[in-house]
Every structure is written in C-alpha cells, then in structure tokens.
Design a protein around this ligand. Sequence first.
Ligand code: CA
Length: 147
Amino acid sequence: MRTMPSVLLVEDESSIAELIAVNLRHNGFRPIWAMDSASAERELLASTPDLILLDWMLPGESGLTLAKRWRSDPRTEAVPIIMLTARGDEADRVAGLDAGADDYIAKPFSTKELLARVRAVLRRRTPNRRVDLCRWAFCRSIRPRTG
Ligand code: CA
C-alpha cells in the first residue's frame, strides 16, 4: 500500500493548525504539525514531506526566511511550499513567491480552497504520482469509463 501524501504544517496558532490538520486527514493526507521553525527543522530531518504548508508569521524565524532556506537546501528544494499569510498585498505575495513558495493563500481562507491548492500544487510537482494522489485525495467521484 502506498503511504498517504504527507504535509508538513508549520503554523503557530493551534486552532488554525487543528482545523487544517482535520481537513487534510479527512481528505487522505497525513498532516505533521510543527508550531515553530525549530520543530519544523526537526520534522524535516526525520522525513521529507510531500508538501509544506508554511505560515508566514511565526515566532522566531519567519515563514519567508524558512522558505528561502529550504529552497536552497538540496534535501528540501523540490518539496512544494504553500505559504499561509495574513499579508495579502501585492508586495508580500511577490516576496513569498520570490522566496520559493509555489503558491500562497491569504488568511482567512476557506478549507476547500486550501485543499484545492494543495492538490493543484501536488499535481504540478509530481505528475507521475497522480494516480496515487488520485486514489487518496481527489478523484473519488470519478468512475472508470466503461465502453
Ligand atoms: Ca502565525
């Protein structure tokens, strides 16, 4: 059995982290919660996730700093990053994308949109894993064509 896609969730607000984790789990992902940069680094040493959901505003190092560092680390450079941010203005979005984020989502966000972005980023990054992701996460309503 293939493992479920793992998502490293770096978010210091436990209520938001809990909401996201519940939704990820319910949609076939395996969330790993890290509440600050130090825990995130520990989790990354333990295993490489399929995707990182990264809050911008964190205690200590910001999500922006982490995104830049992970992009230049051979171990994490290929892991897609979606930034979660309350900062919605253009300059901040550009900074996030320039730091190496694949996408961003502004708080407050709908969990449906968040999941759709997670799936979209994983589709773009890992086309050959599509079938596996499909099985777990987003193709439940699709039936095989018969005749
Ligand atoms: Ca935060």
